[in-house]
Design a protein around this ligand. Structure first.
Ligand code: OGA
Ligand code: ZN
Ligand code: ZN
Length: 442
């Protein structure tokens, strides 16, 4: 135990920025070692200084550590651009607390703002900066740590809070990656809800079983997360063999591997397929494949064809009439879409919903067919097949997985009745973050 009582040594360590110096001026943190107040129980001291006029370095030091140990700790010093700190001042003038929004007046914002003075408060665990625009800002150390620019912190934030990192899988992994949940658990327990959504985010597939055989189950599930994503086909849709089908899926024929609604710029993210009645005939099974894994295979085995599939823009379309309202949807986009970091952003594939218009240079058409046929073949060999039973809800990522259905015999005695709905990733990720932040802070 510390026997030294609260002393009169000020707990605020203060340093003036010396603008002439090119070397940083270190705050005299060592002086604070004498202040063995109760706050020092966790033995961390803070120091802060300005570097190269434009950066602020914040360090935590161990009061008990020797110089070498502290040198190691200092390797973990946080470095923040001054302009970023000023932009992110948390005072009520710069930040609106109840809407959690920046309110700083950017018409007057000086991106060349300079630090005039920094102080570190080890009791409050914060640093205070006085700026050249006469403003003063205080930053909580924990808040700063969560926003540290180092690669490890950014990666932690991106994979643990922003979006979980997808794990790509092949056909033989299907049973291992497909987590199964109970409907009542997902509806009643936040922990199960979180685990289901995490499974969807990481593997792109999860099954919920033992649900009631009722038409509103898909809505109840979507409402548990947020809300249903409406499309041309409504909010809930019934997948059933129908005379004069307005959608290819509404036949009892084989439904080849596809993504739903590739003809939408903002295609729905996650499919919910609730099996209410399953065909007793052979067939009526679902097929699923991780198209991110297929894309990985294309990239390593057929790099030229992979490139063609990421670059050639395909016209996807859907023409029809729903509830008496005619529609004609078109979206132009490659089969494999990459984002700015080269990650897979979206997969588009549907033989029935690929337009006969192919508005690309003539020379690119035949190479595209060659590349596409390799993709389709690989997808077929990596597709898992399984048959859902009444009460099962198959949920999967429509941006990433391809799905299909084997043909079945549709007769009066042999019916198949699936209720479907969609949800969007924005809504799902938001719910995941809310569930996560109940347990941790970010
Ligand atoms: C669809 C679909 C799967 C099924 O309607 O787009 O893929 O199991 N249905 O019928
Ligand atoms: Zn402010
Ligand atoms: Zn489908």
């Amino acid at each position: 135990m510390f026997s030294i009582t609260l002393s009169s040594i000020p707990s605020i360590i203060r340093a003036k920025r010396c603008f002439q110096h090119s070397n940083p001026v270190h705050v005299a943190a060592a002086a604070a070692l004498a202040t063995a107040t109760p706050a020092i129980m966790n033995k961390r001291l803070i120091s802060a200084f300005v570097q190269n006029d434009r950066y602020i370095i914040v360090r935590e030091e161990d009061a008990d550590a020797d110089a070498d140990e502290n040198e190691n700790l200092n390797g973990n010093a946080m470095k923040f651009p001054g302009v970023w700190l000023r932009d992110n001042c948390r005072c009520p003038q710069c930040f609106h607390q109840s809407s959690q929004s920046r309110r700083i007046d950017w018409d007057k914002f000086d991106i060349k703002v300079k630090v005039q003075d920094i102080s570190a408060d080890k009791l409050e665990k914060s640093i205070t900066v006085k700026w050249s625009d006469q403003h003063s800002s205080t930053y909580d150390l924990k808040w700063l740590r969560e926003r540290d620019f180092n690669a490890r912190s950014r990666n932690k934030y991106l994979t643990e809070f922003y979006r979980p990192k997808p794990v790509h899988w092949r056909k033989t992994d299907f049973n291992n990656v497909t987590n199964v949940f109970k409907f009542d658990d997902v509806i009643n327990n936040d922990n199960d809800l979180q685990k289901w959504l995490e499974s969807l985010a990481v593997y792109g597939v999860a099954i919920i079983e033992d649900s009631p055989l009722e038409n509103d189950v898909v809505r109840r599930l979507a409402d548990r997360v947020g809300f249903i994503r409406k499309t041309t086909y409504g909010e809930e849709f019934i997948v059933q063999s129908k005379p004069g089908a307005k959608n290819y899926a509404y036949l009892s024929d084989k439904l080849p591997l596809h993504t739903d609604l590739p003809y939408y710029e903002y295609k729905p993210s996650v499919n919910i397929l609730h099996c209410v009645v399953q065909s007793l005939s052979k067939g009526g099974s679902n097929t699923l494949v991780d198209a991110f894994y297929v894309a990985d295979q294309m990239k390593s085995k057929y790099p030229d064809e992979f490139k063609v599939l990421t670059e050639t823009i395909v016209d996807w379309n859907d023409i029809g009439i729903e509830d008496g309202k005619p529609f004609h949807n078109i979206w132009r986009s490659p089969v494999i879409c990459l984002d700015k970091e080269g990650n897979y952003a979206r997969i588009n594939h549907s033989i029935p919903q690929r337009d006969s218009h192919f508005s690309v240079d003539l020379d690119t058409v035949i190479p595209w067919y060659e590349a596409y046929s390799k993709f389709v073949q690989l997808a077929q060999t990596e597709a898992a097949e399984f048959k859902t039973k009444p009460g099962d809800i198959l949920t999967f990522n429509n941006i990433r997985l391809l799905h299909g259905r084997t043909a079945y015999d549709d007769t009066d005695e042999n019916v198949r009745y699936i209720v479907g709905a969609y949800m969007d990733w924005d809504i799902i990720y938001s719910k995941l973050r809310i569930l996560k932040s109940k347990r941790e802070t970010f």
